[in-house]
Design a protein around this ligand. Structure first.
Ligand code: BTN
Length: 300
């Protein structure tokens, strides 16, 4: 028997609930974890990692909690972490989304960041975020998920609901090389309470697949996909991903609204060009929209 005061227990239960752990009171017994989560383990992720990409992984950390895995890896990059470093966290207390938005990050989903060094003399970063969208979409499809698509620039969708988001942050090392951190937030098993804070139409993998996927397997597929994606992008740039991106595009041929800092434009989405720019037909002209502070929403 544990000699712990009732108030301490209810305080701890409150803390766990705030982190997204769904606990149910069982009269006379205590508490029950409603939908237990398969915790991430370094060895299980490595065991699931595709042998062809395993050599690309330089080092990996699996954290219980991070403010943001992207921030953690940017700090590590500044302290000299090698290309191919990866970091997972079970939950994030200050997850970052695109355009300065927060990324709600309770226990149950997968939060991954991967660091890669790129040579500015050899490659342009144009289209990297779209290439990573292709990498993630492929990884998810390989888990047996049908109905996956991409929405420009790199949102991973399942039946018009967002399944995963990708945030790319970079810095220039003293040597002049780019240190690029790709962060992926994949909804796997989203607990109900924290999901109320999400202001867009979302879905989790458990719903898309129809059963609870093994989180270590999901983690390994994502990691393998990103490592392979970086390696290919460094060799061939976005052109190597363009056809795949256009195949996964859920907006192609649909009317969309482009929200920009100085207004909104409605047009017909026509896929992306060789640099990853969105082609948008507006009043008889085709606009070329580049990645930046623009977002795209389905019209109507
Ligand atoms: C988006 O807004 O669509 C991008 C979301 C990216 C979230 C991931 S979770 C892992 C990594 N760490 C962060 O703080 N953000 C990214």
């Amino acid at each position: 028997m544990l000699r712990v005061a009732r108030s301490t227990i209810s305080q701890r239960i409150g803390h766990l609930r705030a982190l997204g752990v769904e606990l149910e009171a069982v009269p006379g017994r205590g508490y029950r974890w409603v939908t237990p989560v398969e915790l991430l383990e370094d060895a299980s992720i490595r065991a699931e990692l595709d042998a062809r990409v395993a050599p690309l992984l330089a080092q990996m950390e699996v954290l219980g909690e991070a403010d943001s895995t992207n921030r953690y890896l940017i700090d590590a990059a500044q302290a000299g972490a090698p290309s191919g470093s990866a970091c997972f966290a079970e939950l994030q207390t200050a997850g970052r989304g695109r355009r300065g938005r927060p990324w709600i990050s309770p226990l149950g989903n997968v939060y991954l960041s991967v660091l890669w060094h790129l040579d500015p003399a050899r490659i342009s970063l144009h289209g990297l975020s779209l290439a990573m969208g292709v990498a993630v979409a492929k990884a998810v499809a390989s888990l047996g998920t049908e109905g996956i698509g991409l929405k420009w620039p790199n949102d991973v969708f399942w039946r018009d609901r967002k399944l995963a988001g990708i945030l790319i942050e970079s810095l220039t090392a003293a040597s002049g090389s780019w240190q690029v951190v790709v962060g992926i937030g994949m909804n796997v098993q989203m607990p109900l309470a924290p999901s109320a804070q999400i202001d867009q139409n979302w879905v989790d993998l458990a719903t898309a697949i129809g059963c609870l996927p093994g989180r270590n397997r999901v983690a390994a597929r994502l990691l393998g996909g990103v490592l392979a994606g970086f390696e290919r992008f460094a060799r061939e740039g976005f052109a190597a991903f363009q056809a795949d991106w256009n195949r996964w595009d859920v907006t192609r041929g649909r009317r969309v609204v482009l929200h920009e800092s100085n207004g909104r434009i409605e047009g017909l989405a026509q896929g992306v060009d060789r640099t990853g720019a969105l082609l948008l037909a507006v009043q008889g002209k085709v606009l070329t929209v580049r990645a930046g502070d623009v977002s795209l929403r389905m019209a109507g």
